[in-house]
Design a protein around this ligand. Structure first.
Ligand code: NAD
Length: 270
């Protein structure tokens, strides 16, 4: 008996990285998965990986930046599996990651901000809006968002991404308080640097070493690390867990900012 036996999960951005690892993990624990992604080939690949191992999954092509496509994603899942127990809002808008507007405050562009928020925030908000009535009718459900440690402080880059994840945190608490009494829980995971496909595309050895230096962990995060936490939040083991923001960052944000100064000046040299 799996930890998610016979539950139905929708996972967005499930064609790659954290979404794909979570789809595989949930399926291995007995859940039926609606694998939703903008990229049909990636979604199909995740479905093939699940079915090869004897699991059950369908591919849904959906741009979570478009409300009509989000509604169709929910409707298609109900048509295929008859219920929704878990909604994992995980997709992100990668279009502007390296753009000047995202990394230079004086180039801040409203259109870029709105495009990022439409996917990273509204994608999950609309999906929740359409999924929650089904969850309430069934007696409950678990909604998870992938937020980010970028929401925890100001920074010198990614002006819209960080803000979008801070907004995600607000909606997590608001959905939790609006529907908790009806059995619908909502929690977020805030990953630190996690070696996904998109991360591997831009991280160079120098950056990897720099990340390792600021982590309090012997290695960077893996998509499976985040999937393990998502599994707990999706399962009935977390029934009393609602409105939480769970950091999974190898201890990156645990120290006070002046830790290096302390190490350099006050602690005995190793
Ligand atoms: N990797 C990290 O270090 C890290 C750190 C903190 C937070 N996160 C968060 O984790 C989540 C997953 O990131 P990842 O690293 O696994 O990314 P990834 O690039 O590996 O996967 C993202 C997936 O989302 C899909 N996607 C993009 N736009 C979409 C849209 N409009 N509609 C539907 N699907 C869309 C892509 O096709 C891709 O398959 C994101 O919310 C991201 O912000 C990642």
């Amino acid at each position: 008996m799996g930890r998610l036996q016979d539950k139905v999960a929708i996972i967005t951005g499930a064609g790659s990285g954290i979404g794909q690892a979570t789809s595989l993990r949930f399926a291995a624990e007995g859940a039926k998965i609606a694998v939703a992604d903008l990229n049909p080939a990636s979604a199909a690949q995740t479905v093939a990986m699940i079915t090869e191992k004897g699991g059950t999954a369908i591919a849904i092509t959906a741009d979570v930046g478009v409300e009509a496509q989000i509604k169709a994603m929910i409707d298609d899942t109900i048509a295929a599996f008859g219920r929704i127990d878990i909604l994992y809002n995980n997709a992100l808008n990668l279009r502007h990651t390296q753009s000047q507007a995202e990394n230079d405050f004086f180039a801040f562009d409203t259109a870029v901000f709105e495009d990022i928020v439409r996917v990273n925030v509204l994608g999950g908000v609309h999906a929740s809006k359409f999924a929650i009535p089904h969850m309430i009718k069934q007696g409950g459900g678990s909604i998870i968002f992938t937020s980010s440690t970028s929401a925890m402080g100001g920074d010198v880059a990614q002006y819209s991404y960080g803000a979008s994840k801070a907004m995600v945190n607000w909606y997590v608490k608001t959905i939790a308080t609006s529907f908790g009494k009806k059995g619908v829980r909502c929690n977020a995971i805030l990953p630190g640097p996690t070696l996904t496909k998109s991360m591997k595309e831009w991280i160079n050895p120098e950056m990897e070493a720099a990340f390792l230096n600021i982590l309090n962990s012997p290695r960077l995060g893996l998509p499976e690390d985040i999937a393990n936490l998502a599994l707990f939040l999706a399962s009935d083991e977390s029934k009393f867990v609602n409105g939480g923001l769970y950091v999974a960052d190898g201890g990156m944000t645990a120290p006070l900012h002046f830790v290096q100064l302390q190490r350099d000046h006050f602690l005995p040299k190793e």
